[in-house]
Structures are given as structure tokens and as C-alpha cells.
Design a protein around this ligand. Structure first.
Ligand SMILES: C[S@@+](CC[C@H](N)C(=O)[O-])C[C@H]1O[C@@H](n2cnc3c(N)ncnc32)[C@H](O)[C@@H]1O
Length: 231
């Protein structure tokens, strides 16, 4: 986690640049739409765990619900706070969520969950959520060819990090969450041409555009409800 934290600390501005292309905007907006559906009837306190630069945190609050951004990276939280001064952001690793929060109505977690950390992460979510609270997990689709390729390069000793809809659902059930909605976000056809035909460009030595999005374009989202009380 420390290695990832260091990486994300210096990454905030670059992260937002990944979503400026048509493919990038489309990718983000489809996740936003899914989250809006999931949060439709949610009131009270919602945590956006792994909020990064606060794009989703700042768009999902209304007069009935407050969305708080949570991220382990100080750099991301600083950047998010400057960009969205009316939204609250807190530095906290997902593994220690219960040291700062309790009795929340909903948690959504995007780009944070991996199967090998499920026990800790879902355990923390259970502690922090009220009875009947909602948990939405959005993560990479383990059946996606590009994602598998990249993960195999990055984590050759940890092939079990990636979830599929089925493995995510059964893991959620094992930790006391009843699945209520599922979605697979497929690569949309124009993402690949965007990447191939140079929507990506180098800006001050860094690659910006839809490169990352093209490759990681297939993700899954599962909405669930906490069942039963905490022990
Ligand atoms: C891939 S980005 C996803 C950002 C955003 N949720 C989205 O989907 O666009 C992952 C973010 O989660 C944060 N993160 C990763 N692991 C985390 C953890 N264990 N606890 C808290 N934040 C974490 C990183 O610092 C980074 O800002």
C-alpha cells in the first residue's frame, strides 16, 4: 500500500488529465450514471472511498445526502479540496475506515477493492455502515484481456487480485452483503480508435488522454446491502 500511496501522491493533476478526451469523459460519465442510480434513494452520510481528485464526490451530494471523499493519498486529498472547496475530504486508508467513521448510510469504493484485500476492506465497511446500509464496489473486470495482461505484468505473484462479477458477488455474500444490482461496463467502440489515432498527447513530458482508459476500459460495478448486525 505504501508504494501505491507514494505513486498516487504525485499523480493528482495527471489523474484528471486522463479523462479529458471523449473516451475519458464517456468512461467517467457512465460510472457517474451508475452511481446516481445506486444512490437514488440514499439519504444521510455517504463515503466515496478512493475519491482521488473528487470528481464523483463533488457531484453526488444533494440536500438530503452529504458525500465525503476519503483517500489514503494526502496529495489527492489536497488537490480535491482545492478544486472542490464546498466538499469535505479526509485522508484515511480504507483499511482504517472505522477509526474515523461510523454509522454511515452508504459507501462507494471505486478503484480500491481487490480480492486479496477483501477481508480487511469489507470488514471495515461492515463496521462503518449502519444496519441496512449500502455498499457499492466498482473495480476492474478480471475477464478483460487488457487488464489481465497489465496485472500479470505488474503483479505476477498476485494473480488473484482481480474480480469477476461472480467472484465479487460471492465475496460480498461471504462478508454479509446481499447483492442488489450488478453492471459490466464494456469497452465502447470509440475508445480504441481514440487511443490508436492519437487522442493521447504528451503534455510537459507526460502522456495525457485516453491511453489508460482504453486499456482499463472494462470494469464491473456491484451494489449490495449490509445484512444483519455487527458482531
Ligand atoms: C484508480 S484511483 C480511482 C479514483 C476514483 N475513485 C475513480 O474511480 O475515478 C484510486 C484512488 O484510490 C486511492 N486508494 C487506493 N487504495 C486505497 C486505500 N487502500 N485506501 C484509501 N484510498 C486508496 C488512491 O490514492 C487513488 O486516489
Amino acid at each position: 500500500m505504501l508504494k501505491e500511496k507514494k505513486y498516487y501522491d504525485g499523480f493528482a493533476e495527471y489523474w484528471d488529465g486522463q479523462f479529458t478526451s471523449r473516451a475519458g469523459r464517456n468512461f467517467r460519465n457512465r460510472k457517474l450514471l451508475f452511481l446516481r442510480e445506486c444512490l437514488d434513494r440514499v439519504e444521510g452520510v455517504v463515503l466515496d472511498v478512493g475519491c482521488a481528485t473528487g470528481f464523483f464526490t463533488s457531484r453526488l451530494g444533494d440536500d438530503k445526502r452529504v458525500v465525503v471523499g476519503v483517500d489514503m493519498s494526502e496529495g489527492m486529498v489536497r488537490y480535491a479540496g482545492d478544486k472542490h472547496p464546498d466538499t469535505r475530504f479526509v485522508v484515511c486508508p480504507a483499511e482504517l475506515l472505522s477509526t474515523k467513521f461510523g454509522d454511515v448510510d452508504c459507501i462507494f469504493m471505486m478503484g480500491v477493492f481487490t480480492l486479496d484485500s477483501a477481508a480487511v476492506l469489507l470488514g471495515e465497511c461492515r463496521k462503518v455502515l449502519r444496519e441496512g446500509g449500502k455498499l457499492v464496489v466498482i473495480t476492474g473486470n478480471g475477464l478483460n484481456f487488457y487488464l489481465r495482461f497489465i496485472y500479470n505484468l505488474l503483479y505476477p505473484t498476485l494473480p488473484a487480485r482481480l474480480s469477476t462479477v461472480n467472484s465479487l458477488e460471492s465475496t460480498l455474500a461471504r462478508y454479509g452483503f446481499r447483492v442488489t444490482r450488478r453492471k459490466v461496463f464494456h469497452l465502447v467502440p470509440f475508445m480504441v480508435p481514440d487511443w490508436l489515432f492519437g487522442v493521447c498527447k504528451f503534455v510537459e513530458g507526460k502522456l495525457e488522454g485516453s491511453f489508460l482508459v482504453s486499456f482499463l476500459g472494462s470494469i464491473i460495478g456491484v451494489e449490495s446491502v449490509k445484512v444483519g448486525k455487527n458482531l
